[in-house]
Design a protein around this ligand. Structure first.
Ligand code: BGC
Length: 457
């Protein structure tokens, strides 16, 4: 979601191979007779196919309380386990068991998928401050014993065996080790530390192994977005690092069902008015300031290509991708209706792009954003679903310092008056003013997201 688009020196592309055909396993619900009523159904190829998706009643109530919010309040969104207390329910809210019980009741005997974001790594959010968490860089033992183990114990309860449980594993962690470490100008001491102590890799490996051992759990690892790892220097290195993490702490690549891109980010699913192969007066679109040598211009082409690179890195041929389309619609009156003028490559790209951000590295409460495509199963080849993993209306971070007991810092990328840093090319951050801390309800943003929805509501 957040940190860092980072350009690498252009190199030759890495993409190749043929998308593997994936066989659809049939779903069978256990009803007793011979098999235990508690035995989980075998994993299916796409957990979103032929299933309803859980509507989080807490998010739904907040959405419905907004003027016009009833138009989307019945959409499924992710349930975020963003601290140890969230397992039992933070501040009197629903805990994991409450959500799973409610999911069983929403299922009412039909197939249902619930989406759970597992987000509490030691030294979390090493390149930003807005979602720093409660665990210090060396708190791997606590992560295992107090976070992952209790989650796994609850998910393995036979009462939930007929749910399909999608777990999104630790957004924004592994890509940070690729782009924001070492000699790169974007490096931070915190990311260097997490690379050195290995606790992102170990934490992710442990989570994959523990959760992957539960038959009705489907692990999807966070894979950043095209404006983060779509550059050649980041693309293959990220796939290889994901494979390393998937082999750490007892995990194997078979514990991974797929990957999610664009979680809580704003990168469009498709850029309809220009392609990376276009040229303007002999200059390639890749050389425009906006594209800046990236190999991709949108999430769909990125996710499909990255899927193949992940298979090359050793992941199963049947892995599927998710794309978070919660806030990447970019509709409203500022949305271009056709390509820009061919006067220069920059005019062409800037006039036509639907992504209206100042820079692709901007990630906090983006001004002008709109809801993206509604959650949909199997929308394109290699894509298991478009999902709303980030619940629209929940802030990415506060626009000024707000004391809190959640470990959340103040990141100036959420302050519209900031002048930027190397991770966003030293540009203004394009964020909305007056935002509350990350995860808290931000009514003004919710209203703008509805106004700028694309497709419109
Ligand atoms: C926050 C979490 C929150 C999540 C979903 C993240 O940015 O750090 O606390 O649960 O967003 O809104």
């Amino acid at each position: 979601m957040r940190s860092a688009s980072v350009r690498g020196t252009p190199r030759k592309g890495l993409i190749g191979g043929v998308a593997a055909a994936v066989a659809l396993a049939s779903v069978s619900l256990f009803t007793g007779a011979g098999a235990s009523a508690a035995a989980p159904a075998p994993r299916v190829d796409n957990p979103y196919s032929g299933a309803g998706v859980y509507v989080n009643p807490e998010w739904s109530a907040k959405a419905a309380a907004e003027p016009g919010g009833d138009r989307i309040a019945n959409q499924p969104t992710g349930v975020w386990l963003d601290r140890i207390a969230a397992i039992d329910g933070a501040n009197g809210g629903m805990g994991l068991r409450d959500h799973l019980d409610e999911a069983v009741s929403q299922a009412g005997g039909r197939q249902l998928t619930i989406q759970v974001v597992v987000y509490n790594l030691p030294g979390r959010d090493c390149a930003a401050l807005a979602s720093n968490g409660e665990l210090g860089p060396d708190d791997l033992p606590r992560y295992k014993a107090e976070f992952i183990d209790p989650i796994a114990a609850i998910l393995a309860d036979p009462a939930y065996a007929n749910l399909r449980i999608v777990t999104v594993i630790e957004i924004d962690s592994l890509p940070n080790l690729v782009t924001n470490t070492g000699s790169r100008p974007t490096a931070t001491p915190e990311c260097d530390r997490m690379k050195q102590n290995g606790n992102y890799v170990k934490g992710v490996g442990y989570a994959l192994a523990k959760l992957g051992a539960i038959e009705n759990v489907y692990n999807y690892i966070d894979a950043g977005h095209h404006g983060w790892i779509g550059w050649d220097d980041n693309f293959g290195a990220s796939a290889d690092l994901f494979a390393e993490a998937a082999r750490a702490e007892g995990s194997t690549t078979a514990d991974v069902h797929g990957f999610i891109t664009n979680t809580a980010n704003y990168s469009p699913t498709r850029e309809p008015h220009f392609s990376v192969d276009d040229t303007v007066n002999g200059t390639a679109v890749r050389q425009s300031s906006w594209v800046d040598w990236n190999r991709y211009t949108d999430e769909l082409t990125f996710a499909q290509a990255f899927r193949q690179r992940l298979v090359q890195a050793g992941f199963p041929a049947g892995i599927g991708m998710l794309i978070d389309t919660s806030r990447n619609g970019w509709g409203g009156s500022a949305r271009p209706t056709g390509p820009g003028p061919q006067t220069s490559v920059d005019a062409y790209v800037d006039g036509g792009r639907i992504d209206r951000r100042i820079h692709k590295g901007n990630w906090c409460n983006q001004s002008g954003a709109g809801l993206g495509e509604r959650p949909t199963a199997a929308p394109a080849s290699g894509i298991d679903a478009f999902v709303w993993m980030k619940p629209p209306g929940e802030s990415d971070g506060s626009s000024r310092e707000i004391p809190n007991d959640e470990g959340k810092g103040f990141d100036r990328m959420c302050d519209p008056t900031y002048e930027g840093n190397p991770r966003n090319g030293n540009n203004p951050p394009g964020s909305l003013p007056d935002a509350p801390i990350s995860g808290h309800w931000f009514s003004a943003q919710f209203q703008e997201l509805m106004r700028n929805a694309y497709p419109p509501l």
